[in-house]
Design a protein around this ligand. Structure first.
Ligand SMILES: [Zn+2]
Length: 317
């Protein structure tokens, strides 16, 4: 078996990948033949799932081995076309051993709606995942699609692929898979709060307490490196400044408390004669601009769009 000097070790990894595939399929995270899973065997060898095989019914010898550019090295079946996404993540994150991509329905609903994942609602989510990014939409399969994760992957293991699904990265197969379970369970709970009036949020101070616990359990959080006091912990995404200027997901269904309060303050301060109901004309335009500026100021000045989409988000943190 090419790609590993340790036959038994590799066989165990193949069995574990099939087990992760069964979980992905049985949880409803990948319909039919959807989804793909990978594991880095060595510097230039990656074990991955084949194309057009249900993740629920894979056998260890169905799996393929590719090099880091996606060239197939071994396996009787053709490797997944989405392997380039996995390899791009591995190239940019030497610590990542495994990647799971699928379409878990609740998290994918947020990806399809391009709704930023709200924060400051559940401690477990804060501790085990933290900030989640959304990539701009791209046609799946090619390098352009894979490259959409580059601005974000250095600072998060969990990414929503706009109008598509999720991709999670980890130190082993189960670690990568569990992040998919967590983001979908979290999104499911959020959606379940909607008929109950939506989530209630705790504050930045409580969020900071949770984030400080993370090093103790071996979970990195880039906000600790940037300085918690400078970060918008319960408001806009850390990645807001990293989104391309033509792609800036805004909260619609789950608006953070801070933003709601800021909008309320501005609305209260508006003169009763303001032509808000007309919704047109230069007077209305300048009022909208003024409200936007005031809201963004209240949120700590995250309004200026990123000029190059390079992933720099220093302005928001
Ligand atoms: Zn997909």
């Amino acid at each position: 078996m090419a790609g590993s000097g340790n036959f038994m070790g590799e066989w165990k990894l193949r069995e574990e990948m099939c087990e992760v595939g069964r979980r992905v399929y049985n949880k409803g995270f990948a319909a039919a033949n959807d989804g793909n899973i990978s594991y880095r065997l060595s510097e230039d060898r990656v074990l991955c799932t084949p194309t057009r095989v249900s993740k629920g019914f894979m056998k260890p010898d169905d799996l393929c081995i590719v090099d880091l550019d996606g060239g197939q090295v071994s396996g009787k079946r053709k490797r997944s076309s989405e392997i380039l996404l996995h390899l791009t993540i591995m190239k940019h994150r030497p610590d990542v051993k495994s990647v799971v991509h699928c379409h878990p329905p609740h998290a994918t609903a947020f990806a399809v709606a391009q709704e930023p994942i709200p924060k400051c609602t559940m401690p477990e989510f804060e501790v085990f995942l933290g900030e989640v990014a959304i990539t701009p939409y791209e046609t799946p399969g090619g390098q352009a699609f894979a490259d959409t994760v580059i601005p974000y992957i250095k600072d998060t293991d969990t990414i929503l692929l706009a109008n598509h699904g999720t991709v999670t990265a980890g130190s082993d197969l189960m670690d990568a898979y569990f992040k998919t379970e967590i983001i979908d369970a979290y999104c499911r709970i959020l959606l379940l709060t909607k008929p109950l009036g939506g989530p209630k949020y705790y504050n930045d101070h409580k969020a900071a307490e949770l984030i400080r616990l993370k090093p103790g359990i071996g979970v990195r959080d880039v906000r600790l490196e940037l300085g918690l006091e400078n970060c918008d912990l319960c408001g806009n995404s850390l990645f807001r400044e990293g989104y391309h200027e033509s792609f800036r997901p805004e909260p619609n269904a789950f608006v953070p408390d801070k933003l709601q309060q800021a909008v309320q303050q501005v609305a209260c301060a508006m003169p009763a004669s303001a032509p808000a109901s007309k919704g047109e004309g230069p007077e209305f335009e300048s009022m909208v601009q003024a409200i936007t500026e005031q809201v963004m100021r209240a949120l700590g000045g995250a309004a200026a769009p990123s000029s190059n989409g390079s992933g720099s988000y220093a302005g928001s943190c």
